[in-house]
Design a protein around this ligand. Structure first.
Ligand SMILES: C[S@@+](CC[C@H](N)C(=O)[O-])C[C@H]1O[C@@H](n2cnc3c(N)ncnc32)[C@H](O)[C@@H]1O
Length: 187
């Protein structure tokens, strides 16, 4: 999500689309109440650093049946929690109500080939946004967020190594940095 690729003036908050991803540019406002094409979806406001406010939200409790397996999808969000202990603690809190058969899906930026200066400059950019900060983590650190789960093959690896035969676009990862992905099953 580079500024040149997603200028605020081309984001139409009235249309359900990938513009959802650009809420930095919308300042957290004018996001979609729900996808009107899918009455089975809901959207709530919440801060993942306060898991209980999300897990205990009346909309979530009405929508999800926690006696059955649930997919907890935390894509490209945990790197905004820059404190390692806090990241582990909040993942643990979200996992806590999940029954066996549930899955946790994570993706997370990693330093890859970037040098420390590039990482510092990138982090400075995010510190100045509503995200408040960002931190790359190693595969081992991301893997540790799945501790206690049955980690599915191929493990915590760059995203393009996940089901590479099912995507049509040729993708060899980001230049320099990368995004790791992993899936853990609650047993
Ligand atoms: C890179 S986008 C990923 C969006 C989506 N998960 C995806 O993969 O397309 C990062 C998202 O994290 C959200 N985010 C950042 N910090 C958050 C927090 N403390 N609580 C909830 N969401 C947060 C941002 O609002 C933004 O929507």
């Amino acid at each position: 999500m580079h500024e040149e690729q997603a200028p605020a003036w081309v984001v139409d908050p009235g249309t359900p689309s990938v513009a959802r991803m650009y809420d930095y540019y919308l300042g957290g406002k004018d996001n979609f109440a729900a996808d009107p094409d899918n009455p089975r979806s809901i959207v709530i406001d919440g801060d993942m650093r306060e898991p209980e406010s999300i897990l205990g939200h009346p909309g979530v409790l009405a929508h999800l049946d926690f006696t059955r397996p649930v997919a907890l999808i935390m894509l490209a969000v945990l790197h905004f929690v820059t404190d390692d202990a806090e990241a582990a603690q909040l993942v643990g809190a979200f996992r806590e109500p999940l029954v066996p058969g549930s899955h946790l899906v994570v993706s997370h930026i990693t330093q890859g080939e970037l040098d420390e200066d590039a990482v510092r400059r990138g982090r400075d950019v995010y510190t100045a946004t509503t995200a408040g900060g960002i931190v790359p983590r190693t595969a081992a650190q991301v893997r540790s967020l799945l501790d206690g789960l049955d980690v599915l093959e191929p493990g915590v690896v760059p995203l393009h190594r996940w089901r590479p035969k099912t995507v049509e676009v040729e993708w060899n990862g980001m230049p320099g940095g990368d995004i790791l992905g992993g899936v853990g099953r609650v047993t």
